[in-house]
Design a protein around this ligand. Structure first.
Ligand code: CTP
Length: 413
């Protein structure tokens, strides 16, 4: 089964949800298959409608083979139920049209019901996600832009095209957005919007502390846990700002505002600048506590110090501790604790101590000496403690689902 490289590719949160996928005629039709497979991998039930034009590019059988049930072909296709145009509205919790042609945008915007897909969309009351794909000049045309604006105004979520070379050779905005963006937009449409209106800061990834122009002191953090939190908050409707070290930013959807930094000091400054506007802060970055003395912009030569050399380290700002101490009333803070501990029980006092010393509302601790969790692993088992004395030991779960449970806990505080 395919994965799209998002932090939610293996989440169990969406199992048994129901999604309806509309596919229009476009060279990008084949990408709808990757989307179908990725949603099926999460055990989302997917039904699909292929317009007549889509069926010139791909076949209903291909969608059926990859797990779409049912696949609607056309309003008057042989064997189609007479009320098939109402079924997605009765069964699905979200509808995605990807790729959406210029013609489909016009039909959806103006309430046409002349084919199966537009009739189904008209009879669908749930969240609608539309991902257009077409020639760049067509996308730029005022008529198409007006239709897109109309759909947006009515609450549809547009995953607008990317810039690049279209199949015809023209360059500009028109290519279907990255499947990972459409995949997540659909998960967002299937998620409770219980973080809507919240502004959430997330620090994530490692920091790199240079000691010459080309080498640095760092740690193996992939940024995955922090990115999973950022994505989770985005899915649940929050406005997310991420301050990212050198790894992890690539895991964020385009709607997450990001500040890319390298050193702990830069991460501190970027987080400090946005913190007053935030409702919640999640400090998941693996910040280097110390920075080596900077020897110079040149590459340090081995023959300059044939017997080795010593280097001084100075303490970096503690981002979490500083911002938690200077927070406004109502701002909630979640910290992480990376610890070496023989077992989960031994983590508990360490988590409690860090909760207290960092003055957080919630502290999630994990054992970095356990290979199944911590740095780079897709999963984590955690000890979570809060300032009210609630304490839980969580078994191994993928990081997206850990992120989901942490956001739920944060919301209750
Ligand atoms: N943290 C931070 N700035 C630092 C160091 C840590 O914001 N300079 C944050 C981390 O993002 C994490 C929490 O503090 O949320 C705990 O980080 P951790 O590495 O577990 O602990 P340290 O504070 O570095 O202390 P120690 O290494 O001594 O355990």
């Amino acid at each position: 089964m395919t994965s799209l490289g998002t932090t939610f590719d293996a989440s169990r949160r969406f199992a048994n949800k129901r999604l309806h996928l509309g596919v229009c005629g476009s060279v990008a039709c084949y990408k709808a298959l990757d989307l179908l497979r990725a949603w099926r991998r999460l055990d989302i039930h997917v039904s699909a409608t292929l317009t007549d034009a889509a069926q010139r590019f791909v076949t209903p059988m291909l969608f059926e083979s990859l797990g779409a049930v049912p696949v609607y072909r056309g309003m008057f296709a042989p064997g189609e139920d007479v009320f098939a145009h109402l079924e997605p509205g009765q069964c699905a919790q979200a509808m995605v049209v990807a790729p959406a042609s210029a013609d489909a945008l016009a039909r959806l915007a103006h309430g046409a019901a002349s084919d199966m897909l537009s009739a189904q969309a008209l009879a669908f009351g749930g969240p609608l996600v539309v991902a257009p794909a077409m020639n760049p000049r067509m996308w730029a045309h005022p008529a198409v832009q007006a239709n897109a604006a109309l759909l947006r105004e009515r609450g549809a979520r547009l995953v607008t095209p990317d810039c690049g070379e279209a199949a015809c050779g023209d360059t500009g905005y028109g290519r279907l957005a990255e499947p990972s963006e459409i995949f997540l937009a659909a998960l967002r449409a299937l998620s409770p919007q219980d973080m809507a209106g919240r502004r959430v800061l997330v620090t994530l990834g490692p920091t790199r502390e240079p000691w010459d122009g080309f080498r640095f002191w760092s740690n193996p953090s992939s940024g995955l846990m922090g990115a999973a939190i950022a994505v989770c908050a985005f899915l649940r409707g929050a406005e997310v700002t991420a301050v990212c070290g050198p790894c992890g930013a690539e895991l964020l959807p385009r709607d997450v505002t990001r500040h890319s930094v390298c050193r702990a000091k830069e991460m501190f400054e970027a987080a400090r600048d946005v913190w007053p506007q935030m409702d919640m802060g999640v400090f998941a970055a693996a910040v280097a506590d110390f920075s080596p003395q900077y020897i110079g912009a040149e590459k340090f030569k081995k023959n300059g110090s044939p017997d080795g050399f010593s280097i001084d380290f100075h303490l970096n700002p503690d981002i979490l501790q500083t911002l938690a101490r200077t927070r406004n009333p109502g701002q909630k803070v979640l910290g992480f604790a990376a610890e070496t501990a023989p077992d989960m029980q031994a983590l508990l006092p360490l988590a409690r101590a860090k909760l207290k010393s960092k003055k957080t509302d919630l502290m999630a601790a994990n054992r970095v000496n356990d290979r199944s969790g911590g740095f780079c692993a897709p999963t984590n088992s955690m000890v979570v403690v809060d300032a009210h004395g609630r304490e839980e030991l969580w078994p191994l779960q993928n990081k997206a689902d850990v992120a989901w449970d942490l956001c739920s806990w944060l919301l209750q505080l």
